[in-house]
Design a protein around this ligand. Structure first.
Ligand SMILES: *Cc1c(COP(=O)(O)O)cnc(C)c1O
Ligand code: SF4
Length: 337
């Protein structure tokens, strides 16, 4: 019999870790040996988008450095309250692509399912930062409706689980979902878009790996990683476990001012990912979401960075520099003009 229990011995380690994550600006910067007064551009209240940072991710930051590139990704700043022309609430047109119950289709042959709103970390530049309660919970009825739609559309060959972070679903829930998806023969590929193996690598459990190894679909895991210092020992081990499931591992990175806008950083990230069995896939130009304008890198700078990477790395380690454009039939590559 399966019983619901919150006893510590039955709660997976990753959930306990997440429960202990930093949730206030004050606690995070205190742990880094700083005070709010030392960081003049900080927003101690975190506006309408709360801070969330797993402790082990904070441990990778350099104490006393307010400009640490890992800290900058998660630290609320007063600049988030500025309105900037062209920076919108829903910059990539998710609303228009919604086919109901969190299922989005923008591109041929593949659909993306927002299976949760929750994340293991709150990235300040997130393009879904204003959408945090729209998709709703995954009730059995919603799941059946989406599965029905997927089953009825043989033009779909790939289902992408996204969110939020799909790995925030519990193993039994995710396992059942992947098993059901595996029964739809035209869905030949199952893809997960996740940041959890990077920020909370204990999430890569044995049960998750078993689920991935057992599904008849080919599995791809696209991890969101932005800086070479994120690839700590426990992350490397987690990526190794994922690799052993036979999954193809790819990465996506958001190009962020003050975080990874240097060729050295991007080159070290690409080489570090390769060492973990991950091939660089996309380098995204920032989605122009309101509150994130201070992270933007100009197209000209972005193209120069890519040229530098091309001159330094084998072609397979150079990510595709892309931007999402509402209504386009694919992510759009950036070209010099
Ligand atoms: C980004 C995205 C995809 C994936 O695009 P690929 O080019 O296949 O990686 C699929 N569906 C939606 C809705 C997306 O936003
Ligand atoms: S992990 Fe992805 S979805 Fe979650 S807050 Fe960060 S960018 Fe947004």
């Amino acid at each position: 019999m399966v019983t619901r229990s919150t006893r510590p011995c039955q709660t997976p380690a990753w959930k306990r870790e997440l429960a202990q994550a930093f949730r206030t600006v004050e606690h995070l910067i205190e742990a880094l040996g700083m005070s709010a007064a030392q960081i003049p551009d900080i927003d101690a209240e975190a506006g309408g988008y709360p801070l969330l940072v797993p402790r082990r991710y904070a441990e990778l930051m350099t104490p006393g450095n307010p400009m640490d590139p890992l800290l900058r990704q998660v630290l609320p700043l007063v600049a988030e309250h500025q309105t900037t022309p062209g920076f919108l609430q829903d910059p990539v047109g998710d609303g228009a692509a919604e086919r109901g119950d969190g299922l989005l289709q923008k591109y041929a042959g593949r659909a993306l399912w927002l299976v949760t709103e929750a994340c293991g970390v709150h990235c300040r530049y997130c393009f879904r930062r204003h959408r945090r309660s729209a998709a709703g919970a995954m009730t059995p009825a919603r799941i059946e409706r989406v599965l029905g739609r997927l089953r009825a559309d043989p033009t779909l060959h790939e289902i992408i689980l996204s969110g939020g972070d799909p790995l925030l679903l519990d193993d039994p829930v995710l396992g059942r979902l992947i098993q059901r998806l595996g029964q739809i023969a035209h869905l030949k590929r199952l893809r997960l878009h996740t940041r959890l193996p990077i920020v909370l690598p204990s999430r890569v459990t044995e049960a998750l790996c078993e689920t991935l190894a057992q599904t008849p679909a080919a599995t791809l895991i696209v991890v969101h990683a932005n800086h070479p210092r994120e690839l700590a020992g426990d992350v490397r081990a987690a990526l190794g476990r994922l690799r052993q499931t036979g999954s193809t591992l790819l990465s996506q990175t958001v190009l962020l001012r003050g975080v990874n806008d240097r060729a050295d950083t991007l080159a070290a990230l690409a080489e570090g990912l390769f060492d973990c069995g991950v091939l660089p896939y996309y380098l995204h130009q920032l989605d122009r979401v309101s509150g994130a304008a201070h992270f933007e890198v100009s197209d000209r700078e972005a193209l120069t960075l890519i040229e530098t990477l091309r001159a330094r790395l084998p072609g397979y380690l150079v990510p595709r520099l892309v931007r999402e454009i509402q209504g386009a039939d694919a992510k759009q590559p950036l070209y010099p003009c």
